[in-house]
Design a protein around this ligand. Structure first.
Ligand code: ZN
Ligand code: ZN
Length: 189
């Protein structure tokens, strides 16, 4: 499944969940959804094309986050399709409150990128970071960067790709890692 297909699948789920609490967001309006590959800052946006046509765009980097965070973003933009909800005013807030309470969402005015990346086990790197260590798997060469490494790191963690041991190398330099997923697991407490 590619990202657009995944997005459409999650979009349909959101639409159905809204129907289950008697919010028919597609009634009298057509809503298109697509991925925006350019936007690095915002999670998504909702454009009103005409009186009854809306176009939702979800930023591509959001598609790497956990599904509940993606759906949270879709829900947020779906509320913007409802009457008098083009901003984050009272009408928007009321829908958000109902959806949060009845469907267990966490819709707010803005997202918290740092938290969302951490939940999704992704490095949060808006700008290149001065990393001090490169961690390399002995067996498959999988590697990633860290600013700090605990003394017991190589005893505690194994490669999430192959189960191999890690070696830690001291490095210097600005590195842009671009929201990479980190694969590792803990072997001891
Ligand atoms: Zn919004
Ligand atoms: Zn490995």
């Amino acid at each position: 499944m590619n990202k657009q297909e995944k997005l459409e699948k999650l979009f349909e789920q959101c639409i159905e969940e809204l129907k289950s609490i008697n919010i028919d967001v597609q009634k009298n309006r057509i809503i298109e959804i697509k991925i925006n590959t350019r936007s690095k800052k915002r999670y998504g946006c909702c454009k009103k094309i005409s009186k009854d046509r809306f176009k939702i765009e979800i930023s591509e980097w959001v598609m790497d986050l956990n599904e509940d965070i993606i759906k949270n973003t879709i829900m947020h933009e779906l509320i913007h399709c409802m009457p008098r909800c083009n901003n984050h005013g009272e009408y928007f807030k009321n829908y958000a409150k109902v959806i949060n309470e009845k469907l267990g969402y966490n819709i707010s005015r803005t997202g918290n990128k740092e938290r969302d990346f951490s939940i999704s086990n992704l490095e949060f790197t808006e700008k290149p970071i001065n990393f001090n260590y490169k961690i390399v798997c002995e067996d498959c060469n999988y590697n990633f960067f860290r600013q700090r490494v605990r003394r017991n790191f190589t005893r505690k963690y194994r490669c999430g790709k192959c189960g191999g041991r890690f070696n830690v190398f001291k490095i210097r330099g600005l590195i842009s890692t671009n929201h990479r997923k980190i694969f590792l697991y803990i072997i001891e407490k």
